[in-house]
Design a protein around this ligand. Sequence first.
Ligand SMILES: [Zn+2]
Length: 283
Amino acid sequence: MDVSETIADGKRCTIEMYERDPEEYRGRIQCVECKKKAWHNRAYILVKSGSERVACFGARHVEGCEASTVKHEFTDGLDGEEPEQSHDIYIDLDKAKIQSYLVSPPSDKKERSQTNWGNTKSVIEIGGNSLFPASKSLRKILSYLDRNENFGDKGQTIKIVKDSGITLIDGQLKDYLVKFEDIKREHLGKQKIFWGTINNVNIKDGTLWINYGDNRNTYEPSIKCDEEFKFDLMKNFNVSDVMDLGGSDVIIVSRLGYSTRGKPLIHATFTKYMSFRKRERVN
Ligand SMILES: [Zn+2]
């Protein structure tokens, strides 16, 4: 999309307007047709001389939305198709390998083929008589949730252990999964698995804010990442520009806090407690 509109009053916002004043529009725009939240995105497209970055607006459009001329899809090979039997889940964060989060031009096929997303085994094997016969990484859970947001409602249990076997989460998956838009006061201080689509990011005084919506309002959650975490994130997820995180899905194990202004805050601690799936422009 080349044009979006403001959520508050439906005022037109073009790419040019957005780029002239990103502070004004970040987290405050939507699709003009289906009214879904939109984000500003700079994608690589193929041109005669190779590839170049062009800006557009992305959104998770309602199906059939006429404005969805540019498609943003996951290109990581995880299709989110659930196995026939729904297994319980065990994740050992200590042993979980961080998967690569690629931001590379589509022309760069060589690099892409060398990074085989599908082969990245991120969860430990639990053998024998374990209560947790199958294991899925956070990232895989995120892919299931993309396809079916009620994925956790089948009675699966989840156990996540961290350093030296300390249990972080242990119980019914449905009791732990919280979609960004469903965050409430009652989640305060509780260890949860938060997930959803990142609309935009901003950096203030060295702190990286990963925002579900408008970072200035008091009801849409943000993930707070200090400077050190930001560098870890860029390194461990292979992110060259954090601004590219807009439109990605994220999943994070953390406790919910609230800012003094009353805004829900999820504090990011270690990159192994979170994962991303990036939507890339596919046409
Ligand atoms: Zn739309």
